[in-house]
Write a protein that binds this ligand. Structure first.
Ligand code: NCD
Ligand code: ZN
Length: 354
């Protein structure tokens, strides 16, 4: 009997690798090593760096910097504050979608102005989905604009009961809307906030226990789980003005495997939420030579000192999990052996299908 369970390579559709321009927090090497250590073979990177991805030139620069340095496959999203509409056509074949920040968060990409928001929704080509950060009331606004301009909408990091219920109802009405839940919102809530202090601060913020329960209760309407891996240094977090965001690439799969061992989640659902649906929604091809092996029986404690992410901490440190990544294989080559990264970077920069 096989000792290890083989999962298709996992896809994290929501990460912030911080490269270029915030590489003191993370960079292409450390971020993609963290991905492999977490069982992920593909990640899609967000545009909100201090030097944001708003032009063809910025995207080209990002792609060139990533080449030959990434340990797993990496794709990109484009960004907009409503002033770069002319760039859309030039980059549409190179990105998996556009990220639109409709609420305050880390970075300079928040679109506060309704006119600019309207312009973005109007001009973004229909061939690619629009990924929105839309909390609370702004979620209704995003649905309204996507309906008006007939765009496919993806709602990032859903937290609240009202939000998941609104998405559920919108899906039932037949709209092409998809959504994601960040792993931390399935395993943490406001009851953990005091102990975590700045290390539990992210946008959107942690929900209540009721919100968390409603996410678990509505798994049928959640398309996939993203980590929203958003590393910041310990020093930044402990400063008087801590930035929002927490890392998550290395803890998502062990936490989900623990939920499987506790029978709160089926293995089929885990695979759907971390590989199958992201692949379908983003249009990423399946490769049978790319997979992750896990030992479902190993119990261990999440420790900051074991992490590959440059930031070196996790909001889950001290938590006990059951289920460990023992091997990651990328296109037939072992790239992580459960302890260390093997060999030179073998990841590729990937693009969506046309
Ligand atoms: C993210 C970051 O640090 O880039 N922070 C966060 O709290 N999630 C930005 C984002 O995803 O909103
Ligand atoms: Zn994010």
């Amino acid at each position: 009997m096989a000792k290890y369970l083989r999962l298709p390579g996992l896809i994290d559709p929501h990460v912030h690798l911080r490269d270029p321009s915030a590489t003191h927090k993370e960079d292409f090497e450390t971020g993609t090593q963290a991905a492999l250590a977490g069982g992920y073979t593909t990640v899609i990177d967000m545009p909100n760096n201090p030097v944001p991805t708003l032009t063809k030139a910025a995207l080209k620069d990002k792609i060139n910097r990533a080449k030959h340095r990434v340990y797993c496959d990496v794709g990109f999203y484009f960004g907009s504050t409503g002033e770069n509409i002319k760039e859309f056509k030039k980059i549409i074949n190179k990105v998996f979608g556009i990220k639109v920040y409709m609420n305050i968060t880390t970075g300079m990409l928040v679109v506060g102005d309704d006119g600019k928001l309207d312009t973005i929704f109007k001009h973004w080509p229909r061939t690619r989905r629009m990924f929105v950060h839309a909390e609370g009331n702004t979620l209704a606004k995003a649905i309204e604009l996507a309906t008006l301009y007939k765009k496919r909408l993806h709602v990032c990091h859903v937290v609240l009961k009202e939000e998941i219920e609104m998405i559920r109802d919108t899906k039932k009405r037949g709209m092409d809307i998809t959504c994601e839940v960040s792993c931390h919102n399935l395993f943490l809530d406001k009851t953990n906030a005091k102990k975590l202090g700045p290390f539990g601060l992210m946008k959107p913020g942690l929900g209540t226990k009721i919100d968390r329960q409603s996410l678990w209760g509505n798994l049928d309407f959640i398309d996939y789980i993203g980590s929203d891996h958003a590393p910041h240094t310990k020093e930044e977090k402990l400063s008087g003005n801590p930035p929002f965001g927490v890392p998550g690439l290395e803890t998502t799969l062990p936490l989900l495997l623990t939920a499987v061992s506790e029978k709160r989640l089926t293995m089929d659902r885990l695979i759907k939420l971390t590989c199958t649906r992201p692949r379908e929604i983003l249009g990423i091809l399946y490769d049978k030579e790319t997979y992750t092996e896990v030992d479902q029986n190993i119990k261990y404690e999440i420790r900051n000192t074991d992490l590959f992410t440059k930031c070196g901490w996790s909001p889950f440190a001290g938590m006990n999990v059951k289920g460990k990544i023992v091997r990651v294989v990328l296109r037939g080559k072992t790239v992580f052996d459960g302890e260390k990264i093997i060999g030179l970077p073998k990841g590729k920069v990937i693009f969506p299908p046309n």
